[in-house]
Design a protein around this ligand. Structure first.
Ligand code: GCU
Length: 653
C-alpha cells in the first residue's frame, strides 16, 4: 500500500460526521458523492436527520434555498470556481461547474471542523489559471542511463515498469485524488526526452495513455503526452519531419485525430525540440514558431494545446569559448519569435535561465514575450536540490520567482516537473510531499503565502498536529531551501555538482565540459562575467531597471553576485563580508543547520507514525552527511585556490 499523504482518513472526519446533500449530475459530481459516502462510512456516524452541508452545482434544479441565497451573492464562479458560506447551521458550497464542486469539497476537507462552526461570510475561490499541470519524466522502458523515471527520486513510475503499462489503476486513482485535492488538473504522462518506445504512446501504445486518462478523469485531470518532433519520420516512415511539409502536416493531423477518437478530452502535446539531442525544426531550417504551430494546428480542432519548451541551448559548447553563454540561449532563440505563436501554443520556460539551480535569477524570457502565452516551469523533483534525500521546501523559492516584478502578470500558467514515483511515500522523502502540494496551491493562486500553504499541508497530513510537531516541522522546513543554498554552491554561481547524477559536490565537475555551466574560479576570484561592459551581455536581456541592477557590481544582490560577475575573493558584499569569508561562513552554517534539522526531528518521535518517523530520520542522516561533505569540499577548494584562511580559524581540509 501507499501513504495517504495529505488525504488521510482523519482529514475527512469533520465532513464524515455531518449529513451532506449533493445537488447536481455528471461524472465529477459522482466523484464528490463517492467522496462524501466514503467519509461518512469511515466516520461510522451516518450523520443526523437534518443536513449540515449542501454541495450544489449552481445549475442544479431545484436548488435548495440555502444554496439559492449563496448564488444571489456569489457572482461569476466559472467552471472550476466555488463559493462557500455558513449560515444558520448549514454550510453551503456552490460551484460554477462540476470541477468546482470537487475543489469545493476538498476546501471543506481543508477547513475541517471550522467549516461547521460559527457562521462564515461568503468566500469565493477561482483558480488563477485554467490549467495547473505536472510533467512526469517517466519512461516506459527502463532507460540505460536515466532509469524508469528521469531525475526521479521516488522509485519507479506509477504508470510503467520495464516497458509495460503497470495497470495499477487504484494507485493512479489515488494519485489523481491527491492532485485534485491540491488543485492540479493536468499531467503530461511521459518524459520530455522521448525515446523509441515512448514515441509510440502517440500511436500503437495509445491504449496506455487512454487507461491513464480514464482513471484520472473522475478527478478532473486531463492527460497530455510528450511527443517527439520526429514522429512523422520515426513512426510514420515519412522522409522528413519538416513542419512546413504538407505530408508532415497531414500526418500530424491524422495522428491527432486518432488520439481524440480514443481520448476525447486529451489535453495536448508537450515538446522538447532541438535540445540535448532531441529532434526539432532547426534540422529543416525552420523556426521554433513553425515547429510549435505545426502541432498547435493539428490540436486546434479539438481544443488541445501544445506546450513547447524554451529549454534550447548548445550542449556541445567548447569550454574554451568564452563568448557563448548558456544563460542567454532561451532568450536569443525565443524572444525574436514573440507574437508568432498560435493561441493554443504555450511556450514553457524554466524559471531560471540555466537549469533549476538552487539559486538563479528569473529567466528574462518571461518578461520579454508579452504577445506569447507562457508557462513557467518549476521543478518539484529535487534534481539540484537534494534529490529527495534532503529536506528542501521549495515553495519559498517559487514564490520569490513568481513575485519578481518584471514577470508578474506575464505568464499564463505554472507547470512543475513531478516528484512522484511508486515509493510508498510517493515522493521518497515524506516531507517532499509538501513540494507537490505547494506547487498545486501556487498554480491555483501564485500569490498564496508559502508558509501558510505549509501549515495547510501539515494540518492535512498530520491531523490535529500537536504544537511541538508543528514547530518541529516548521523549524525543519521553513528555511530548508536557504539552508540547502548555504551548504552548496555559493552566491548564485550554481553547478558544483557531480556530473551526470547531479548529487553531491564536485566543484570542478562541469568546469571543462561541453555543458556551458562554469564558475571560472582561479587563484584570484570566481564567478561568471555576464555584464554588457566586459562579459557575455546577458544582463542586457532584462528590462530596466534590472538590466542595470544586475550589471552593476554595487547594486547586484549578493545572492546572485557570482551569477553575474567575476570578482576577487576579497570583494566585499553588501553584507559586509568578503566573498571568500562568505563562502566559509555559509558552508559552516549550512552544515550546522542541517544537523539542527535532524535534532529537531527527534521531537517528532511518537507524534507521527513510526514509518514516517523512520524514513525522515534516515534521510536527515544522509542530509547531515552530505551537507558536511559539501562544506568540506567547497571550503577546501576555495581555500586551496585563494590561499585565504578562514577568519575564524575553523577546520578546512
Ligand atoms: C536537465 C536534466 C535533464 C532533463 C533536462 C530537461 O538538464 O538534467 O535530465 O532532460 O533538464 O529539462 O529537459
Amino acid at each position: 500500500m501507499w501513504h495517504a499523504a495529505w488525504l488521510p482518513p482523519e482529514a475527512f472526519r469533520a465532513l464524515g460526521s455531518r449529513r451532506t446533500v449533493v445537488h447536481g449530475d455528471g461524472a465529477l459530481v459522482d466523484t464528490v458523492r463517492s467522496e462524501v459516502d466514503r467519509a461518512v462510512a469511515a466516520s461510522g456516524s451516518g450523520g443526523g436527520p437534518t443536513y449540515d452541508l449542501v454541495l450544489a452545482l449552481d445549475t442544479a434544479e431545484p436548488l435548495p434555498a440555502e444554496a439559492a441565497a449563496v448564488r444571489a451573492e456569489a457572482g461569476e464562479l466559472g467552471p472550476e470556481g466555488f463559493a462557500l458560506a455558513r449560515r444558520e447551521g448549514v454550510t453551503v458550497v456552490l460551484a460554477g461547474g462540476p470541477a468546482g464542486l470537487l475543489y469545493g469539497l476538498f476546501h471543506v476537507v481543508r477547513l475541517g471542523e471550522s467549516a461547521f462552526g460559527a457562521d462564515r461570510p461568503i468566500e469565493t475561490h477561482r483558480p488563477w489559471a485554467a490549467r495547473r499541470m505536472v510533467d512526469h519524466w517517466d519512461n516506459v522502458d527502463v532507460h540505460p542511463v536515466m532509469g524508469q523515471v528521469e531525475r526521479g527520486y521516488a522509485g519507479g513510475s506509477i504508470f510503467w515498469a520495464d516497458g509495460a503499462f503497470r495497470g495499477d489503476r487504484d494507485r493512479i486513482r489515488a494519485y489523481g485524488r491527491l492532485l485534485a485535492a491540491c488543485g492540479i488538473n493536468a499531467i503530461a504522462a511521459n518524459n520530455v526526452n522521448v525515446h523509441a518506445t515512448e514515441a509510440r504512446l502517440l500511436t500503437d501504445r495509445l491504449g496506455d495513455v487512454k487507461a491513464i486518462a480514464d482513471t484520472l478523469r473522475p478527478y478532473g485531470i486531463r492527460v497530455h503526452l510528450s511527443v517527439t518532433f520526429a514522429a512523422p519520420a520515426v513512426l510514420g516512415g515519412l522522409p522528413t519531419a519538416d513542419p512546413l511539409d504538407e505530408g508532415v502536416r497531414s500526418w500530424w493531423a491524422a495522428a491527432t485525430r486518432r488520439v481524440y477518437e480514443t481520448i476525447p478530452d486529451f489535453g495536448g502535446y508537450l515538446v522538447k525540440a532541438d535540445s540535448e539531442g532531441q529532434p526539432g525544426p532547426f534540422a529543416y531550417g525552420r523556426s521554433h514558431a513553425d515547429g510549435a504551430n505545426l502541432l498547435a494546428d493539428a490540436l486546434a480542432p479539438y481544443g488541445g494545446v501544445v506546450h513547447w519548451r524554451a529549454f534550447v541551448y548548445n550542449h556541445r559548447q567548447d569550454w574554451r569559448d568564452r563568448s557563448t553563454d548558456r544563460a542567454r540561449a532561451a532568450y536569443d532563440h525565443f524572444a525574436p519569435l514573440d507574437g508568432l505563436f498560435r493561441d493554443n501554443a504555450i511556450l514553457q520556460v524554466k524559471h531560471g535561465p540555466m537549469d533549476f539551480q538552487p539559486r538563479e535569477p528569473v529567466s528574462p524570457v518571461i518578461a520579454a514575450m508579452p504577445a506569447t502565452r507562457l508557462a513557467v516551469e518549476l521543478q518539484a523533483t529535487q534534481e539540484y536540490t537534494g534529490q529527495q534525500l534532503h529536506a528542501c521546501y521549495l515553495a519559498p523559492m517559487w514564490s520569490e520567482v513568481l513575485a519578481f516584478e518584471p514577470v508578474e502578470g506575464r505568464f499564463a500558467e505554472l507547470v512543475a516537473v513531478s516528484n512522484v514515483g511508486d515509493d510508498p511515500f510517493w515522493t521518497g522523502h515524506p516531507l517532499a510531499q509538501a513540494n507537490l502540494y505547494a506547487f498545486g496551491r501556487l498554480a491555483w493562486d501564485p500569490d498564496a503565502d508559502p508558509l501558510s500553504i505549509l501549515d495547510e499541508w501539515i494540518d492535512l497530513t498530520f491531523p490535529e498536529p500537536p504544537e511541538p510537531l508543528r514547530q518541529a516541522l516548521h523549524a525543519i522546513m521553513d528555511g530548508s531551501w536557504r539552508t540547502y543554498e548555504r551548504y552548496t554552491s555559493p552566491l548564485g554561481v550554481g553547478f558544483m555538482v557531480r556530473p551526470g547524477s547531479h548529487y553531491g559536490p564536485d566543484v570542478d565537475g562541469y568546469e571543462y565540459t561541453p555543458w556551458g555551466t562554469y564558475h571560472f574560479a582561479d587563484r584570484d576570484g570566481v564567478g561568471v562575467d555576464r555584464t554588457r561592459a566586459t562579459g557575455t551581455g546577458f544582463t542586457g536581456q532584462y528590462p530596466a531597471p534590472w538590466s542595470d541592477v544586475y550589471e552593476s557590481l554595487d547594486r547586484c544582490p549578493d545572492e546572485l553576485l557570482l551569477f553575474f560577475h567575476h570578482v576577487p575573493y576579497g570583494h566585499v558584499l553588501h553584507s559586509g563580508s568578503t566573498v571568500i569569508q562568505h563562502i566559509y561562513d555559509t558552508h559552516f552554517a549550512g552544515a550546522e543547520q542541517a544537523a539542527e534539522m535532524r535534532a529537531r526531528w527527534a521531537e517528532a518521535a511518537g507524534l507521527v507514525p513510526a514509518d514516517v518517523y523512520d524514513r525522515v530520520r534516515e534521510r536527515l542522516d544522509e542530509q547531515v552527511r552530505s551537507a558536511q561533505e559539501w562544506r568540506d569540499q567547497v571550503n577546501a577548494y576555495f581555500f586551496r585556490k585563494s590561499g585565504v584562511p578562514d577568519a575564524e580559524g575553523r577546520r578546512i581540509y
